[in-house]
Every structure is written in structure tokens, then in C-alpha cells.
Design a protein around this ligand. Structure first.
Ligand code: TYM
Length: 330
């Protein structure tokens, strides 16, 4: 039987943090054997916020190198830059004409991002979810593994695809989100009521994949918990402690409830140290591999070129059907 398709991506802004890994890339690596997968570095999406050009270019390469370092085999999966396949932007324009202002107005990420970037609420920020829908629909994607914060965007992609198909017949596969039961929402260490975010100004809130082992241990030691002293998994009541248990659960592959038992009769100090050390052990080989890949320019260039060429073939085929359906001349 023909394998189904996975598409997912990360923005090329800043450093990846453990939320990006545990909420998304960890599942990409796990699912990749059973699907045809495209993992894209969404550099066009990054332009919705002002970027330093040299830094953006470097970040984009770094994110792609992280994909490989985190276990996504470039010989078996398509890894590429969104801006190398112009069909993303082309389909986004067409889908803009099938998406309602009211739908985009409801997007919580738009509301959050415009509150953070009051001086630059550009149209790209508003239509960002349409470009994301185009990313997904361009490849006839069945499954989109993402963290919880992308749930609403994947829903929109489904709605737009259904609307389009309703008018023109079966042009797009209707995608489904894949959001993991644990790890889909890793919270900020200093404020566990907010999610960990790349753009957070307080670096103590995030564990970056590039952090040194020392920095990781220190950040965990300072993580905000609560005052009742019991290591118990209860995300609503005990956000900080539950966040640490979620991280530990993802790293060990055990349920948070099972992890809880390791700390019976122990305080938060033991929890913070154990989670910090487990994470350091898990991340160190990835960090070393990332450094090795970043130094191997020719190898990365080869993957980038071949990924774009493969993605282009698939994208062209969908675009031909879409253009024909809507009546654009041959
Ligand atoms: P981005 O770059 O913000 O995040 C990349 C992935 O990491 C997940 N994630 C988290 N998971 C758990 N806890 C967190 N604190 C956390 N923070 C981020 C995100 O859910 C995401 O899966 N719009 C997307 C990129 C995108 C995309 C796409 C994704 C563009 N086109 C098409 C899938 C399909 C974004 O900004 O992700």
C-alpha cells in the first residue's frame, strides 16, 4: 500500500528550544518510518517579524541541521527551505481568496503576536495561517505532527481544503493534526502558565537545544514550582511541577504518573536535578551532532538542494490541478 504523507515545519527564527523538540520533532522522527515525510524550514513565515538578514539565513541552516541531528534521516525524508519552492507562496495567494477575514480574526496566535509586535502588525502576520494551509495542502498531506499551539491553524487548513473541494471536487487531501498526549505544550520555566517560546525575552524561561549542560542544570534549578512540596502530576493545579514531570516523561518514554513515583518522599530539589540531568544526557549527543553538521557545509548544501528538487516535483503536480480547477490558463 502507498504510504501516507506527513508535512510539518518550524520557523527559522532564533534557537530551537525543547518545546520544539518534545512537542514536534520527536514525533517527526518516530513517525517517519511509516510515512512519506516532508520537513520544511518555513523561512517565509519568519518574515512576518523583522529579521536580521544574515541571522535569518544562518538560523534557517541551523534549523535544518537540527532536524537531522534530532534523528530525521535526510536520505528517507525530504528536508528543505520553504522559500526554495515558490509554489508555497503561489498556493497561499490562491487560498487567500478562499479564506474569510472572520476566520483569520479568530486566530489566537495572530492576537498574541500582534499584541507583542504592536509597531508592525503587517498583513503577513494576519494571513500567516493561509501560508501554513498552503504548506500543508501543497503536498496532499494526511498528517501534520505539531505542538498544541498549532491546533487552530491545522483546523483552518482543514476548513479551507474542505471549502475548496466542495467547489472544485477532490483536489486536496483533508489533513489531520497529530498532537502528542504529553509534551504538546511545554511551559516557560519561570512562568509555567505560559508556553515556552523562541521569542521570550527572558532566556531563563527556555531550554534551548544549543544550551550548555551547565546552563541547562542551572535553569532547571531555578524553575518555578509551588509551595505545597508534593511531586504530583496535575497540570491545572500544579503547572510548574507538572511541566517538569512532562519533560521527564518525554525524555524517559514513561507516563507522567509513572514518573511521579520516582520522587515519592522527595522534594522539588530532587525533581529539578533529575529532570535536568536526564535532559542533558538526552540532548548532548544531538548538540554534538548539530555542531558537526553545521561545520560540514558541502553535506548540508547537498541536502538542501536535493530536498528542494524533490519537494518541487510534488508541489508542481498539486499546483497544476489547482490552477486547472480554478480556471487559470495553461
Ligand atoms: P514554530 O516554529 O513556532 O514551532 C515549531 C513546532 O514546535 C511546536 N512548539 C511547541 N511544542 C510544545 N511546547 C511548546 N512550548 C512549543 N512551542 C512550539 C509547535 O507547535 C510546532 O509544531 N506555524 C508553525 C510552523 C509552520 C507549520 C507549517 C507547521 C508553518 N507551516 C505547516 C506545520 C505545518 C510555527 O510557527 O511553528
Amino acid at each position: 500500500m502507498q504510504k501516507k504523507t506527513i508535512f510539518s515545519g518550524m520557523q527559522a527564527t532564533g534557537n530551537l528550544h525543547i518545546g520544539n523538540w518534545l512537542g514536534a520533532a520527536r514525533n517527526w522522527a518516530k513517525l517517519s518510518a511509516d510515512y512519506n515525510c516532508l520537513y520544511c524550514v518555513v523561512d517565509l513565515h519568519a518574515l512576518t517579524v523583522r529579521q536580521d538578514p544574515a541571522q535569518l539565513r544562518n538560523n534557517a541552516r541551523s534549523v535544518l541541521a537540527w532536524y537531522i541531528a534530532l534523528g530525521i534521516n535526510p536520505d528517507e525524508n525530504i528536508l528543505y527551505f520553504q522559500s526554495h519552492v515558490a509554489e508555497h507562496a503561489e498556493l497561499a495567494w490562491i487560498l487567500n481568496c478562499y479564506t474569510y477575514m472572520g476566520e483569520l480574526n479568530r486566530m489566537t496566535q495572530f492576537k498574541d503576536k500582534s499584541a507583542k509586535n504592536e509597531e508592525n502588525i503587517n498583513a503577513g502576520l494576519f494571513t500567516y495561517p493561509v501560508l501554513m494551509a498552503a504548506d500543508i495542502l501543497l503536498f496532499q498531506t494526511h498528517l501534520v505532527p505539531v505542538g498544541d499551539d498549532q491546533r487552530q491553524h491545522v483546523e483552518l487548513a482543514r476548513d479551507v481544503a474542505q471549502r475548496f473541494n466542495h467547489v472544485y471536487g477532490d483536489i486536496f487531501v483533508i489533513p489531520e493534526g497529530y498532537i502528542p498526549p504529553v509534551g504538546a505544550r511545554i511551559m516557560a520555566l519561570q512562568d509555567p502558565t505560559r508556553k515556552m517560546s523562541k521569542s521570550d525575552e527572558n532566556i531563563s524561561n527556555s531550554i534551548f537545544l544549543s544550551d550548555t549542560s551547565d546552563a541547562i542544570i542551572k535553569k532547571f534549578k531555578r524553575a518555578v514550582t509551588d509551595s505545597d512540596g508534593q511531586v504530583r502530576y496535575a497540570p491545572e493545579e500544579k503547572a510548574g511541577v507538572s511541566n517538569l514531570l512532562s519533560i521527564y516523561s518525554c525524555v524517559t518514554g514513561r507516563t507522567p504518573q509513572d514518573c511521579e513515583k520516582d520522587f515519592a518522599g522527595q522534594g522539588y530539589g530532587a525533581l529539578k536535578t533529575t529532570v535536568g540531568e536526564a535532559l542533558v544526557e538526552a540532548i548532548t549527543p544531538y548538540r554534538n551532532e548539530h555542531a558537526r553538521l553545521m561545520a560540514d557545509t558541502a553535506y548540508l548544501d547537498g541536502i538542501i538542494a536535493s530536498g528542494a528538487a524533490q519537494a518541487k516535483v510534488l508541489a508542481t503536480s498539486t499546483m497544476a490541478r489547482v490552477k486547472k480547477a480554478v480556471g487559470l490558463p495553461k
